[in-house]
Design a protein around this ligand. Structure first.
Ligand SMILES: [Zn+2]
Length: 271
């Protein structure tokens, strides 16, 4: 029951989310935000969903609330939150951001255009009262791959990356593909090499706006690097002594590259 959960309030302004400056005590700060807005306006909050012992609520505001917990909270980009916060706060922010995105896009039935209603409390589903269509949050899986060749990994520069940053190859799963199919296709399309020995490494919710990044390692099998010059403008095999600017910490790409660096270092120690 939602009544048994601690209600937490999340405010959004454009694509920024209001989060506590200090991570410790984050639940009490978000609870206070919920109560403050609730007492000033009874039906202020939209119900977002449940996460562990918390009920999640959200709303939009045009500008930062000057009177409201200004000392203890700040608006921030969710990508920055990935770097600044630990797992709990980032997971909460990720979940409410994804659910808000889904709710805003399912206000109306995609089949007949009638306004939708929640299917039932505590379930992330909306229903059309006219044609009975039911809409669940959609998750778009994407793969991200650490391609290894001897003591090097392939890092690439996407045309959208800032500065000289390089990262791993990533791409969305297409209809009819297994994750392994996507790994092979994306790598061949973007950098022109064939891979084998695909191994799952981990995953991370990535609500920009509704993705789940699934991380793999793969071994180079054949082919010379040949970038597509559309998404990828440069790519190269890098050794750990000669790494370019990497993605920021908090991202699964950073974690996968760091893991490779420490694995290589510990192999050296063993030798
Ligand atoms: Zn309908």
């Amino acid at each position: 029951m939602i009544d048994d959960k601690k209600p937490l309030g999340f405010l959004f302004s454009d694509n920024r989310i209001l989060l506590p400056k200090e991570e410790k005590d984050f639940a009490n700060i978000l609870l206070e935000l919920y109560e403050t807005k609730k007492s000033s306006q009874e039906d202020f909050w939209h119900y977002g969903g449940i996460y562990q012992e918390y009920g999640l609520f959200w709303n939009e505001i045009a500008s930062p609330p000057e009177d409201l917990l200004q000392e203890s909270m700040h608006f921030m980009n969710l990508r920055d939150a990935a770097t600044l916060y630990g797992y709990d706060v980032f997971s909460l922010a990720t979940k409410i951001t994804h659910l808000r995105h889904w709710q805003k896009r399912t206000c109306f039935c995609g089949v007949c255009g009638t306004p939708t209603i929640p299917l039932q409390e505590e379930e992330h589903a909306r229903k059309c009262p006219q044609c009975d269509s039911v809409f669940y949050p959609q998750i778009s899986p994407a793969v991200i791959v650490r391609i290894e060749r001897d003591d090097t990994i392939l890092l690439a520069r996407n045309a959208r990356f800032p500065g000289r940053m390089h990262s791993l190859i990533a791409g969305f799963v297409e209809p009819g593909e297994s994750l392994e199919d996507t790994v092979k296709r994306e790598i061949l399309e973007e950098v022109g090499v064939f891979v084998k020995d695909i191994v799952y490494l981990g995953s991370q919710p990535w609500p920009f706006p509704d993705s789940l990044m699934v991380g793999f390692s793969a071994q180079w099998e054949a082919g010379d690097i040949c970038v597509d010059n559309k998404e990828i403008v440069a790519a190269k095999w890098f050794s750990r002594e000669d790494l370019p600017n990497l993605p920021r910490s908090g991202s699964i790409a950073y974690r996968m590259i760091s893991q490779w660096i420490s694995e290589k270092n510990s192999n050296l120690v063993k030798q």
